[in-house]
Design a protein around this ligand. Structure first.
Ligand code: MSP
Length: 476
């Protein structure tokens, strides 16, 4: 099978990492680990989106040079990724001079599809940006953030001629050559594509200074999207390197709010470059807090570092990969998290491992290398699991593994090996051996989701069985 190339959205560095960012990383990490287990070579990109006025203004407000600000924040994101147990192969920063140089080459390559035009609209000098006519009406002509009147302004922008590519994009999406997941998002994108206008891809330098210069036009700077989207190929060295070992990407993970940029602008850029379209764009839902969108003004933003600090890594991965649906919006509350942690992870799995290890050790159950290997091999042939994983239904695949855990819990209670041992030790050992091997198979299936736990289980049920310390101690 071809090498896999997996990408994640690159977050803006104007704030600290939040749980939404974690979702992109975790989904990509699960798929990457799943593919690596099949012996496939995986390239997995992550990075940071560092240009634009918002970021520039944040740096200015803190009184530090923007270069220093973005570097510090990029490092925070790097550390965050490591804290999530996520292992990308590449980390790209859009303010990296190499990325900037390659993006300029890309711009030049697609210049036949770019044209200058005047943009006229309502502008807020406080926001340093245009707003839509609809927003103008909704706000009665006054910016709610700055309490100033919008001005009618006209400026030169370069535009990308999306209209040149619409029929090809439509055809690719309809036929799943560019597969948009989930299906209801595919329908949404097809509707959006119908009325999608050409998009503005630059700003006058006087309105946007922190960005990549448009080649051969001193007065214009690229607007963030062209610069940001290009990261997926500049990280591979395009256009100077042959990227055919990895491109087209096998799956690109993005949140629902940025799907349209990935399903309309990005394919247009790729077609203009003569590159193939990605195979899959997976759009995940949003994490809500108590049913509401998280926002600084409501004050309901959940800090992922808090969760990691209180519960540790695998409980975090457990909740976000099983209880946050892969495709739909899902709710985070501390109560739900705690219930999942104590009732399911610590109880269903943690206690099971402990219990089986104690019983198996007591009765001297012996596992052979061959039986362990066979259990692992068979686990990877589980058709239902593989199908769910291949269809990117990760939360469903995780549910499926959990039904197997519940089944072992039920069997151990029904079969009562501790009672059997009193009269027939050999029979008890046979029962325990079977349960141990089933748990080993489960550990294999869990490994993309909970890599540390999976390893702990496999270390516990080696040829010598050792009783582990509790698997999921709560930290604070
Ligand atoms: N910089 C752009 C992406 C450019 S990709 C070429 C951006 N950054 S972001 O920081 O706003 O968002 C990064 C990712 O986090 C996106 O996939 C976005 O959908 C995701 N999320 C942001 N908030 C989220 C939730 N509350 N829940 C789930 N994901 C969310 O957009």
């Amino acid at each position: 099978m071809k090498n896999q190339y997996i990408t994640t959205a690159i977050p803006y560095v104007n704030g600290k990492p939040h749980v939404g960012h974690a979702l992109d990383y975790l989904l990509a990490d699960v798929y990457s680990r799943y593919k690596k287990e099949q012996g496939i070579s995986v390239r997995f990109q992550a990075g940071t989106d560092e240009h634009g006025n918002k970021i520039f203004n944040k740096a200015t407000a803190q009184g530090i040079p923007v270069e220093q600000y973005v570097e510090e924040n990029a490092n925070i994101f790097r550390e965050f990724i490591a804290k999530l147990g996520v292992e990308p192969t590449d980390f790209i920063r859009t303010s990296d001079p190499e990325h900037e140089r390659l993006v300029q080459l890309i711009w030049d390559k697609i210049k036949d599809h770019i044209y200058p035009s005047d943009y006229e609209g309502w502008y807020c000098s406080g926001c340093e940006g245009f707003i839509t006519d609809k927003e103008y009406e909704e706000n009665n002509g006054i910016c709610p953030d700055h309490q100033t009147k919008y001005e009618r302004l006209s400026e030169k922008n370069y535009y990308l001629r999306i209209s040149n590519f619409k029929p090809q994009i439509k055809e690719a999406i309809e036929n799943d050559r560019l597969k948009i997941l989930p299906d209801f998002r595919k329908k949404e994108v097809l509707r959006l594509l119908e009325d999608s206008p050409d998009v503005s891809i630059s700003r006058p330098r006087k309105n946007l200074s922190w960005g990549i210069s448009v080649p051969h036009d001193e007065d214009q700077v690229m607007y963030v999207w062209i610069d940001a989207l290009a990261n997926y190929i500049t990280v591979l060295g395009y256009p100077e390197k042959d990227i055919s070992d990895y491109w087209p990407a096998d799956v690109q993970f993005v949140g629902k709010d940025i799907l349209r940029f990935h399903a309309i602008i990005w394919p247009s850029i790729l077609l203009a470059l003569g590159l193939e379209l990605p195979k899959v764009i997976l759009s995940h839902g949003h994490v809500l807090a108590n049913g509401q969108k998280m926002s600084k003004s409501i004050g309901n933003v959940i800090d992922p570092i808090d969760i990691l600090g209180k519960y540790g890594l695998d409980p975090f991965r457990y909740f976000f990969l099983r209880h946050i649906d892969t495709f739909a919006d899902s709710d985070f509350t501390w109560e739900k998290f705690d219930a999942a942690y104590s009732g399911e992870l610590a109880n269903d799995l943690g206690n099971l491992v402990q219990r089986l290890a104690v019983l198996s050790q007591k009765d001297n159950v012996e596992l052979s290398v061959e039986s362990i290997e066979r259990a692992k091999e068979n686990a990877h042939k589980d058709a239902e699991y593989n199908q769910l994983m291949d269809e990117f239904k990760f939360s469903k695949a995780f549910d499926y593994v959990w039904t197997k855990i519940q089944q072992i819990n039920k069997d151990i209670n029904d079969l009562q090996p501790w009672s059997v041992a009193k009269t027939d030790l050999e029979k008890a050992k046979e029962i325990l051996l079977d349960l141990d091997l089933r748990l080993i198979a489960i550990a294999e299936l869990l490994s993309p989701f909970l890599p540390t736990t999976s390893k702990n289980i496999l270390d516990t049920f080696g040829t010598e069985i050792v009783v582990p310390k509790p698997l999921f101690p709560k930290k604070a």
